[in-house]
Design a protein around this ligand. Structure first.
Ligand SMILES: Cc1cc2nc3c(=O)[nH]c(=O)nc-3n(C[C@H](O)[C@H](O)[C@H](O)COP(=O)(O)O)c2cc1C
Length: 220
């Protein structure tokens, strides 16, 4: 016997969807999913969710193998859901090969999930540069290295490279990483999922069509 905890037991004992949760009436929802998404995001901000703008981004590579990782939502525009990253990293390469993605938000205190799917487009260089320049100096110093997802031999190597990059930025504060990219997921579908302690979860999916958005409920 090792000192390893009984994970199966532990996991089974963790309560899900406990406490008071918001009501969700799909019949009174707006016609545009971005409107509802904005309401839910603001609810998450008000509920004090830590990093309410953190979202899981799933992509596939050239042979169809999936990868998901968490990143930060930068904006939601009329075009779609925006995030930013290094085009040379793993997700950038995935999106270069297959520009299609899924985003999943989860706001635990509200038991709310939002799932977005759609094709992905790169924003023009001026938008990417503006996003890069709006970031803090530490973030810019790191991104300027353009080495995201490459193997690293030691933390000291990382720290030295970042220090060098910081010094470059002190000299030239307008430097922009050429590979920093703002991506927009143009939603084809947006699903809203409200959890319920009695497991009567409510699902509402919006699907884009030639006539605009159509919405319907799904069995949980
Ligand atoms: C809360 C959180 C926010 C993050 N935000 C970003 C982000 O905005 N852009 C980004 O490229 N990586 C972000 N990351 C790091 C990614 O999860 C990931 O490690 C990195 O982008 C490399 O992913 P890839 O190798 O699949 O390309 C964030 C991670 C966490 C946990």
């Amino acid at each position: 016997m090792t000192g390893r905890p009984d994970l199966r037991q532990l996991l089974r004992g963790i309560d899900v969807f406990a406490g008071e949760l918001p009501a969700f009436d799909p019949m009174t929802t707006p016609g545009d999913p971005v409107e509802l998404f904005t309401e839910w995001l603001l609810d998450a901000v008000r509920a004090g969710v830590r990093e309410p703008h953190a979202v899981s981004l799933a992509t596939v590579d050239a042979v169809g193998d999936p990868t998901a990782r968490v990143l930060i939502l930068k904006d939601v525009t009329d075009w779609g859901f925006q995030f930013a990253s290094d085009a040379g990293g793993a997700k950038g390469q995935d999106l270069g090969a297959r520009p299609y993605a899924a985003l999943t938000f989860y706001w635990a205190p509200l038991a709310r999930q939002v799932r977005v799917r759609g094709p992905v487009e790169c924003e023009p260089p001026e938008i990417c540069a503006a996003d890069f320049l709006a970031r803090g100096i530490e973030a810019r110093a790191e991104s300027l290295l353009g080495r995201q997802s490459q193997p690293l031999t030691s933390l000291a190597e990382r720290d030295a490279a970042v220090e060098e990059s910081l010094a470059r930025l002190e000299e030239e504060p307008d430097l922009v990483s050429p590979s920093w990219t703002v991506y927009t997921v143009r939603p084809e579908s947006v699903e809203f999922w409200q959890g319920d302690s009695r497991r009567r979860h409510t699902r509402l999916v919006y699907r884009s069509s030639a006539d605009g958005w159509a919405k319907h409920m799904l069995w949980p």
